[in-house]
Design a protein around this ligand. Sequence first.
Ligand code: M6R
Length: 609
Amino acid sequence: MCGIFGYLGKKDPLPICLSGLKQLEYRGYDSSGIAGLSGGKIHSCKEVGKIVGLEKKLSLAPMRLDLAIGHTRWATHGKPTNSNAHPHFDMDTSIALVHNGIIENYDILRDLLKKEGVQFTSETDTEVIAQLIAKCYKGNLLAAVQQALPQLRGSFALALIHKDHPDEIIATARECPLCIGFDDQNTETIVSSDPNAFLSSTPNVIFLRNNEIAQIKRNQTDFFHLDRRILTKKSERIDSEFKVLSKEGFEHYMLKEIYEQPATVQKALLGRLDDENASILLDLQIPEEKLHRLRNIWILGCGTSAHAGWLGTLLFEDLVRLPSTMEIASEARYRNPILTNDTLVVAISQSGETADTIAAMREAKRRGSSILGLCNVKNSALSREADSTLYLNAGPEISVCSTKAFTSQITVITLFALYLARLKGMSESQMRYYSSELKKVPAQIQQVIEQASLLQTIAKKYAEYDDFFFMGRRYMLPTAMEAALKLKEISYVNANGCPAGELKHGPIALINERFPVVAFCSNIQTHEKIASNLMEVKARGAPILAFAPEGMESIAAIADDVFWLPPAIDPLAPFASTIAGQLFAYYIAKERGCDIDQPRNLAKSVTVE
Ligand code: M6R
């Protein structure tokens, strides 16, 4: 996690860095800081909390700088305090350094440095890097970095400056994203964790690969390897998709993004349903012949993206009759999976930067599998490294809590399942049937959104509880897990997703009248089964809220509250149910006064292991 931004050019670096850091705040908002050079000295300012705090502090005591590096932090080593905030320095404040990643052997290095008399002022792994580079420094900053960094284990993206190098920023990366941007005249250079933070002004981009170093000077950047080789790197021109971000009158980005979903699902479908030929049109770079002989699919993702992948496994089973498994990427990367030439790996990520997903994907690629990415962010690591990427086209998702990306992910994975199904012999009439059902989804979503005030009323009633079970069966199980994740993430409520039939194997012991059950009942095939499961929890006194399709009266007879959903076929029922779950979580969080768009302890992109 953490965002890095640095500027060397003819403009005042301070406002540019602050604006860049705001664009990167999705990577963490525990603290932020900026350091720069002027008059042969390092000056810095740090503040705990969001970047507006840093901005305010700087407005009271502005710094005049010739160049600057900045950081927005998601805490790994050490609490979110001022002393742990980046930039970090060596003992003499000769070096200022910002870091994204984790140094795994920092404690060993720290002990060694302490024995040599180095004093530390923070609990971070990052400070070790600054102190180590200072130890290696003999007048040549690049050489010091090349000497120090091979001693580090772990992952890093770094930007650093030295008081005796007034026109130089060094940037380097291993297993963490970092790129350099230039304007056409080469008068401004930016270093950033994400190109989207600067593309509007500097559209020429160079992505740093593992162990590469950029030595940024005025009007010129040279590239080296840690092993001291000189590198020739070509820049790519990337068109800016920069949009001024706005809540457009909504109280929170989360609510705005929930309301966008009829349109974003429509956009994910756009141009991909070919009714004339009863087929699906996908821009796939993996040969059709290879897809035809697939024997299994391995899906990778984390959090919400994993829930989308889980729904994908049911779709591949039901529509394609192809075995597939969903693997939580942080586990997958350390497994010894049986991947053959006939395995397709589907890596799902809104951001395309999630460290575990990228690492698991790389491992699968190393073992010879083809990778299909499902991603929202263009130019992300995932989209650059996958063999083929299907874009979600959902537009920027700002709220940390993922909403519209999820429904776009399940739209695209449904389309891909139908594409494979057709390749493997699904009839034209079946294809047309699914296509017409898919086209109903945006209207079903809209129907739920129009009842937002009813969900708000229901949420007010349930906002007083601290523990919940969310349960469902088949397509409603990942849907329930996703809804539970929404609630716990933004309301800090203990919400557990559980297969409805599994409760009686242990979890039901927790049930009492202060432990509501939220049941997702829209899987028609199993509706009688979930009704029985609801009777079991009702008998133990749990308040019950059911999300059920219109007409399922058996559920109304059991539940304390029912929110009626538009009917849909089982594989497409997750859409409407998900919107209801999102709105329910949103209104509970609002009722409880939580920071909805930037919940505590979280970041939008999880770029560390
Ligand atoms: O960018 P990704 O889709 O790879 O992110 C994965 C998870 O970190 C993410 O979905 C997370 O679980 C969300 N905050 C949930 O709302």
